[in-house]
Design a binder for this molecule. Sequence first.
Ligand SMILES: Nc1ncnc2c1ncn2[C@@H]1O[C@H](COP(=O)(O)OP(=O)(O)OP(=O)(O)O)[C@@H](O)[C@H]1O
Length: 339
Amino acid sequence: MKKPILQIENLTTSFKIKDKYYMAVDHVSFSVSENEIVAVVGESGCGKSALALSIMRLHNNQRTKIEGEIKYKERNIVSITEAQMNKVRGKDIGIIFQEPLTALNPLMTVGDQIEENLTFHTKLSKEKKRLRTLELLTQVGIPFPTRTYKQFPHELSGGMRQRVMISIAIACNPSLVIADEPTTALDVTIQAQILELLQSIQKETKMGIILITHDLSVVAEVADRIVVMYAGQVVEIGTVKQIFAKPLHPYTRSLLNSIPSAVTNKQRLHVIEGIVPSIVNMNRDSCRFSPRIPWIPRHAHEESPELHEVAPDHLVRCTCYKHFYFQDHRGVKITNGIT
Ligand SMILES: Nc1ncnc2c1ncn2[C@@H]1O[C@H](COP(=O)(O)OP(=O)(O)OP(=O)(O)O)[C@@H](O)[C@H]1O
């Protein structure tokens, strides 16, 4: 059995809005093992970034409350001091953000930014840091590492900047990397290259990756397991095979049905009607997805829906999945979930 690197248990992240706290991540539990890619998927506003920033403890702690456990190699990093967390961040756990142009410092050269991380976490000499930086730039597929070493972020293309972000994230050989929408800001061909790069680094280093994305189609090829989040909660979790071959929660099925494919490209794509509720106006006592599937009878939903284990390692929230069918744009029932 694989060793878990990160175990998240009942993680709750609440933001203070006008003197009251509202949960954006609601009792989330899952784990990531070495050599494993776990994808966290869901539409915008489902709590994916709030989750990623909670793991890194990058929220403003004056306005954010984090409860539950995030165990990195058995140690609960929710309760360690900020100084201790500084040693974990960037060394044990790396992060890749969606938009490298905003995440990178525009006034520092690429070389300096990578070396900054090495200076903070290692005792390498100046020359060794330079060599390690050039090695990293080569590893992430930068064609002219010595030139890029001296360049500023704005001198690079989006894809190259994301490669630089990846090299910063992996500089200290972390055992876990969180990639928060790493390809969203890139065009399709570059997206594929960046995902391939992440996958090859992961194979080489055996690190664990949490891949956060709103796009289920990007995870099929790379992920081992999928965590589907809706309105702050995990609504389904399973292996890639389980989720793609037997998606159960109506939200998962809707996400899958929204993916353009060779099968659907001549038809209108499935659109998930409605929007993710805001954390302030959310009805927390019932199935949170129920307002978006009004044709499912009320009795099909569970009160205070729980996660149910439907197969080994395959969990789904609420009983509504048993009754689910789609309505296409003409109101026609589609019962199998995937057209
Ligand atoms: N700092 C904050 N203060 C108050 N509310 C917040 C804060 N950050 C996020 N939220 C709210 O928490 C919910 C989850 O947001 P989050 O950014 O985690 O979603 P997401 O799934 O990552 O979406 P996206 O893909 O657009 O980033 C949203 O309702 C959002 O408005």
